[in-house]
Design a protein around this ligand. Sequence first.
Ligand SMILES: Cc1cc2nc3c(=O)[nH]c(=O)nc-3n(C[C@H](O)[C@H](O)[C@H](O)COP(=O)(O)O)c2cc1C
Length: 372
Amino acid sequence: MAGLYRLIGPALRRLPREAAHELTLRALELGAGRFLGATAAPEPDPPVLAQRLWGLDFANPVGLAAGYDKDARVPDAMLQLGFGFVEVGTVTPRPQPGNPKPRLFRLEQDQAIINRMGFNSGGLDSVCERLSRRIRSGIVGVNLGKNRNTVDAADDYAEGIRRAARLADYLVVNVSSPNTPGLRDLQHRAMLGSLLEGLTKVRDQTGCRVPLLVKVAPDLTSEECEDIAQVALETGIDGLIVSNTTVERPPDLVSRHAQEAGGLSGRPLFAPSTAILAEMYRLTQGRLPLIGVGGIASAEDAYAKIRAGASLVQLYTALVFTGPALVRQIKSGLATLLRSDGFASIAEAVGTAPIRQPFNRAEAAIPRQTSA
Ligand SMILES: Cc1cc2nc3c(=O)[nH]c(=O)nc-3n(C[C@H](O)[C@H](O)[C@H](O)COP(=O)(O)O)c2cc1C
């Protein structure tokens, strides 16, 4: 499997980034997953990786982050690559094209990506239709967004919840993508409070107690972290995903495209997103499951996120650079790390890293770039 990826990987890398992604999705839709390591009955994961959260049984904590499969075209193929769960979306209620191309840049030397896709989406109709055709096995979450021209964001999230509640194992309110004007303002205390109060009611009215999570940005001040943690606990949402891409730029980026506008993901995001994750864990006192995302490229990285407070982790960018073999590498390395530190389960390891307080944003921060 790794052999095949080694063969086609260089060819994919020579294509424009978005064309390579589309080609990969089409190949997966046509069943090419098994040539990349997918199996109809994947080998069982080590029991130490198993976990029950929100009433769902996760065989392992390694998930595919939102943005890879925006239109729910290949969730089952991705599960068969060994992911413990897959998040599809961001999906907007109505189809929209997103930003003009080029909008996706590979920063090879930095092991990073900059994207300003702007929620290109086939819309809820097509996503719900695909999800309703699935034979449900494996955990699939749906990440919800708003259309660019929608004035009241709450209407779009509410529609997403109503339509996807019965088709998803969990739902995500994405208020943190940097490429939709005004979206990240929804993270401010008053706006977030009223948004989430309304959306938890909409979720309850569906009669389906699907877990409702919120995905946040890594570019938060300590006050903003405090506000979000408090609102999250008060409104009774089920978890936080920390974090989306950053609009900041570390000074040591060397790749040609480093100053493109958009959200930066991958290696340079690891430290700031892990710092925010640890802070969110401290502020929520472990009362809210957290999903740690940002720059995970190895078992050690995944373990660091768990020790910083994540119950589950997700990745995207490293999958593009390393290929699908990474998922199995992370899982087996993680099982070894847990056992060698004497942990009998993921839950035992969550949040065991020493807490560095008070949270020092200046240490975690990288210089801010104008927003995309
Ligand atoms: C090309 C691309 C598109 C993305 N699209 C979305 C999206 O639609 N919704 C979302 O919540 N996050 C999106 N993300 C962010 C990822 O889900 C993830 O939070 C971020 O990339 C950090 O993880 P990573 O460093 O492992 O890539 C996208 C990331 C990339 C690279």
